[in-house]
Design a protein around this ligand. Structure first.
Ligand SMILES: Cc1cc2nc3c(=O)[nH]c(=O)nc-3n(C[C@H](O)[C@H](O)[C@H](O)COP(=O)(O)OP(=O)(O)OC[C@H]3O[C@@H](n4cnc5c(N)ncnc54)[C@H](O)[C@@H]3O)c2cc1C
Length: 489
């Protein structure tokens, strides 16, 4: 008797999706296919793009070709961009299916329909440069969000260094390119590296460096700031970050919503509603994120996108999305299984899930422009979610449970932000911040909302070495080399 093949489809081969696919393959029976659909031929260890963006690493050092790994590990791979989800089947399909647009060289570009028994949406962010006129590598600013963007930024940075070396005075702007950006930690780390590289060459006195951010205070990082234990004292992340900037002569602009970027000039309005501009020679400004803009249809072909997705394009999961005032939100509103409430065989992990509410208090200026960071979903939690969902699906497939068995709430997970400058283990240094939990819990941790023991900051070489070790460890794991599953997420 032929055993009917069943299939889990994972959309996206980034930190969350690649982790989910590898654990699914390890845990699922052989007659289950694990199929990854992703438009990129490579996995990108995005945190190290920062080093690519200042020319310390070539892009190939942060990219891993997926096809050989998937061939070796018996994971099926379709190089394509998913565009539609049909969670009830229809159009000749008994089973649910996704529509994908192949992008591999040589493919005819014809849409392909792939049926699934379980679906993991790990499509990460859509880099929404279009939200700000002139923002991004196709406009007038740079980005380090992909390895290619980072390589382009490095080439421009080299040119700027040459100009400094020839005696010119230049302005460098690094930060967020929209009032509702997230990932401030990445901009913070990049500005550190830019400053470090300029200083290393003895050119610092010719460079004005400005950190332009949508945060109302330095050190907010989209998590409402932290109270860090530093050398036995509790220090607000605002003081920690300001002191780092003061020490390095980095200026900062707070509460900025970038309105547009023109050749060599950035315009913004601030939380008071005032408008400004700054002329620059080099600008790396992060884009806001939105979901991958997948559309969903029921079995009759009716559009049910708003049932599966929040207006931000991120997928709804087991969070409490009831609209309520900021003060009434609770850590329990955050999802923990990442299962879609309407379609229990659909999950969303990493950046792809819709957060229930902001962590930083929402702010708007008198004109009504919202200016406050969106909640971050960093690498470590994204990988942990990917693994948790893989384990849950495996338990459900094996009949151990009808419900997800593994949980990974951001209200119960920690995160680390290591702003590490310089790749060299002997000359580099880092400002490292660790927090637990990511979503503050004032019932469990009165006053600060986070564990004092597990929320700390450190400046020096230790964080820098950890960052280098993590770079190698996670790339080893991504390559699925022997014992990869022993490396924690
Ligand atoms: C510059 C930078 C530095 C960072 N540094 C750190 C750090 O130091 N520490 C940290 O913890 N986090 C860091 N982060 C955040 C971290 O990179 C993210 O949390 C993490 O990548 C999220 O994982 P993900 O799988 O959700 O998304 P991604 O890793 O972005 O993966 C998304 C995947 O989905 C694919 N995809 C997109 N659209 C589709 C589609 N329609 N169909 C199918 N596939 C699709 C993409 O090609 C990609 O493979 C940084 C982020 C940036 C931008």
């Amino acid at each position: 008797m032929q055993v009917q093949e069943k299939r889990v489809v994972v959309l996206g081969a980034g930190i969350a999706g690649h982790t989910a696919a590898m654990f699914l393959r390890r845990r699922l029976p052989r007659n289950w296919e694990v199929r990854v659909v992703s438009p990129n031929a490579h996995y990108n260890w995005i945190p190290s793009n920062i080093w690519v963006g200042v020319g310390l690493l070539p892009a190939r050092k942060v990219l891993v070709p997926l096809e050989p790994i998937y061939r070796r590990t018996r994971i099926a791979f379709t190089q394509a961009r998913a565009t539609e989800i049909h969670p009830e089947g229809g159009r000749g399909h008994e089973k649910p299916y996704v529509v994908v647009q192949p992008v591999a060289p040589g493919s005819d570009g014809q849409a392909v329909e792939i049926e699934y028994d379980y679906l993991v949406n790990a499509t990460g962010p859509k880099l929404n440069f279009g939200a700000t006129p002139g923002l991004g590598p196709e406009g007038h600013s740079l980005s380090v969000c992909t390895a290619q963007h980072a390589e382009h930024a490095a080439a421009e940075f080299r040119k700027a260094l040459d100009r400094l070396a020839h005696g010119e005075r230049l302005t460098f702007v690094v930060g967020t390119g929209h009032g509702q950006c997230t990932c401030e930690g990445a901009a913070f780390e990049y500005v550190f590296n830019v400053e470090f590289e300029i200083r290393k060459r003895g050119l610092r006195d010719r460079a004005r460096i400005v950190y332009l951010t949508n945060e109302a205070e330095l050190g907010d990082f989209g998590v409402g700031g932290l109270n860090l234990e530093v050398a036995g004292y509790v220090v607000p992340s605002r003081i920690f970050t300001e002191s780092l900037f003061v020490e390095r002569g980095v200026e900062w602009v707070l509460g900025a919503h970038v309105q547009r970027v023109e050749q060599g000039r950035v315009y913004w309005e601030d939380l008071q509603g005032e408008e400004f501009y700054l002329d620059f020679d080099f600008a790396m400004l992060l884009p806001p994120f939105r979901g991958a803009d997948l559309r969903a249809f029921d079995r009759h072909g009716a559009d049910i996108t708003s049932k599966l997705f929040a207006p931000s394009g991120f997928m709804k999961v087991d969070a409490d999305y009831t609209p309520k005032p900021y003060e009434e939100w609770s850590p329990r509103d955050w999802p923990s299984t990442y299962q879609n409430p309407d379609y229990p065989n659909v999950f969303a992990v990493g950046i792809a899930f819709a957060p229930p509410h902001p962590i930083t208090p929402p702010r708007a200026n008198p004109k009504g422009t919202p200016i406050s960071p969106a909640p971050p979903r960093t690498g470590m939690p994204s990988a942990i979610m990917g693994r948790a969902v893989a384990e849950s699906i495996a338990d459900m497939v094996r009949g151990r449970s009808a419900r997800p068995t593994h949980r990974a709430s951001l209200a119960e997970l920690g995160a680390a932000c290591v702003a590490s400058a310089g790749y060299n283990p002997f000359t580099g240094s880092a400002a490292a911040m660790t927090m637990y939990p990511i979503v503050p819990d004032y019932e469990k941790y009165p006053v600060t909302g986070r564990s004092k023991r597990d929320t700390f900051g450190e400046i020096g070489s230790a964080g820098h070495w950890i960052k280098i070790v993590l770079h190698h460890m996670f790339l080893y794991k991504a390559r699925a080399l022997p014992g990869w599953w022993l490396i924690p997420e």
